[in-house]
Design a protein around this ligand. Structure first.
Ligand code: IPM
Ligand code: MN
Length: 353
């Protein structure tokens, strides 16, 4: 297969984990005889500093003309505490989602047996937890009409029927390939937008008779996720609820540094870690590259390169088992490996497989 990949490393630890992702991709492509070509493009604070725009037109064109985007992270503290800043790195991420029409954000929550003790939840609760959060990514309050003056402000949680239908379809289809259980998460006891979500889900559910569909209010879902994470198989929800619930989901597995995600829709799909740019760790060679590497696995799987994806996942599992780990997940007294060293180990494993 021939793949054209846009690489957007972004800010903070982005470039370091991006380099590992590319090396792992190269190793897999060498092994399986795929041809891959990279186009590097700027985004986030890095792009603001260089050209004053967190998602420049040129970057958009590069993404649009690629088969996939391998994205790392954006964000810089110099923008976080300045409410007057006119442009922010995060706007680049939102612009990318909107312009590429990435309405479906797939965030898997998984546990790794050897890291169960790292979870803030009891091991017996999280063991075997394995679900997908499907977050609507281009609608809702993030993109609805906004207003702000000194005395009042609002955001509009706008959703139209086609937007709701297409994301629910994604959820039902994923469930069919998994444990056939969809949980629609909303706040239909209070919000009109949620009532429309629920109405449409109830209309669609009979088209998927093999799938069990249930409905849960978002506050209840937040609780259920930590009380009984194994309850979930595929959870589907609107943009804002999905943002909040996926951060909650990420701690179940014990480290933010482990979870990848995929965003798909009308144009080029994007694969990225769910964690941020961790500016404090920039350049220190301590960031965990595994979420980025697992994003490469999701990318390969997206193109139906299942054996390739599985090899990447095996390499990740083997590195954890061999205790080749970055500091935040290393066992007590174990050697601490750097971002690059973990990357090299993975490449070596793939080469030898
Ligand atoms: C995420 C992030 C973004 C979001 C921010 C950086 C705009 O938190 O991808 O979850 O809120 O969607
Ligand atoms: Mn978030």
């Amino acid at each position: 297969m021939e793949l054209r990949i846009a690489v957007l490393a972004g800010d903070g630890i982005g470039p370091e984990i991006s380099a590992v992702g590319v090396e792992v991709m190269n190793a897999v492509c060498r092994k399986f005889g795929h041809k891959v070509q990279y186009e590097y493009a700027i985004c986030g604070a890095d792009a603001i500093d260089r050209v004053g725009d967190p998602f420049p037109e040129e970057t958009y064109q590069t993404c649009k003309n690629s088969d996939a985007v391998l994205f790392s992270a954006v964000g810089d503290p110099k923008y976080d505490n300045d409410p007057t800043a006119r442009v922010r790195p995060e706007q680049g991420l939102l612009a990318m989602r909107k312009r590429l029409g990435l309405y479906a954000n797939i965030r898997p929550v998984q546990t790794f047996p050897c890291l169960l003790h790292k979870s803030p939840l009891r091991a017996e609760l999280v063991e075997g937890a394995d679900f997908l959060c499907i977050r609507e990514l281009t609608g809702g309050m993030y993109f609805g009409e906004k207003y702000q003056d000194n005395d009042k402000a609002w955001d509009t949680n706008y959703y139209s029927r086609p937007e709701i239908e297409r994301i629910l379809r994604v959820a039902f289809e994923y469930a069919r390939k998994r444990k056939k259980h969809v949980t629609v998460v909303d706040k239909a006891n209070v919000l009109a937008s949620s009532r429309l979500w629920r109405q449409i889900a109830q209309e669609m559910a009979p088209q998927y008779p093999d799938v069990t569909t249930d409905y849960m209010f978002v506050d209840n879902a937040a609780m259920k996720m930590i009380q009984e994470p194994r309850f979930f198989d595929v959870m589907v929800t609107e943009n804002t609820f999905g943002d909040i619930l996926t951060d909650e989901g990420s701690v179940i597995s014990g480290s933010m540094g482990l979870l990848p995600s995929a965003s798909t829709g009308d144009s080029t799909p994007v694969f990225e870690p769910i964690h941020g740019s961790w500016p404090q760790a920039k350049g220190l060679n301590i960031a965990n590259p595994l979420a980025q590497v697992l994003s490469v696995a999701m990318l390969l799987e997206h193109f139906n390169l299942l054996e390739e994806g599985a090899l990447v996942r095996r390499a990740v599992d083997a590195s954890l088992d061999a205790e080749v780990r970055t500091p935040e997940i290393q066992v007590e007294g174990g050697a601490k490996y750097g971002t690059r060293e973990v990357g090299r180990w993975l490449v070596d494993y793939i080469d030898r497989a």
